[in-house]
Design a protein around this ligand. Sequence first.
Ligand SMILES: Cc1cc2nc3c(=O)[nH]c(=O)nc-3n(C[C@H](O)[C@H](O)[C@H](O)COP(=O)(O)O)c2cc1C
Length: 202
Amino acid sequence: MSKTANVAVIFYSRDGSTETLAKAIAEGAQSEGAEVRLLRAREIVGPDVMAHAPGWAENAERMNGLYAAPTAADVEWADAVIWGSPTRFASVSSELRAFIDSLGGLWASGKTVGKVGGAFTSTATPHGGNEATILSMYTTMAHFGMVIVPPGFGEPAAFGAGTPYGASSVAGQGPNPPTEGDLAVARYQGKRAAQVAAKLKA
Ligand SMILES: Cc1cc2nc3c(=O)[nH]c(=O)nc-3n(C[C@H](O)[C@H](O)[C@H](O)COP(=O)(O)O)c2cc1C
């Protein structure tokens, strides 16, 4: 059996901030030799609704060309599963939630138990619910029997960026991209998840 971990970074992003954090998390996991699948949950509304938000359809087309849609098989394959979502009214986006809610069969078969879990988000405002969003994903991970591995303050950049619960960024109305500090926390979160998953696997 391989001593390095399989890591699934499963995210939804509309404007690209959560996507950028997801890529940094993937880089961190890869720096530990992990095999990484970077996967984007798909829209659950049609073009008529997407047309109300400028750039949504174009961004979705671009990202869907880069990242496959996640499946239950990806979660089963992974030793570590890290979920990322934009904050929506202090909670997870319905697009990522729809994917999570499709995992009932995997949960019922006990196949989620013992996997490493992590979560990250992006908000528009500094106190707009980033921690609440991340923590809400951890309650689901508890139901899944996952071993939650938060970044804490293990990376010095965490004293000025991210949250101890998971990586985050503040996009403002720009959207402004994640800062170097945000990305350092994200890379650390991915690295740490891969390290712990590899140890559990061994
Ligand atoms: C329906 C909706 C609800 C939102 N709710 C919040 C919120 O509660 N707090 C906040 O700070 N930002 C909120 N935002 C802004 C997004 O979280 C923010 O733009 C985020 O950076 C988007 O991530 P993305 O670039 O990955 O799509 C909301 C955006 C939308 C469309």
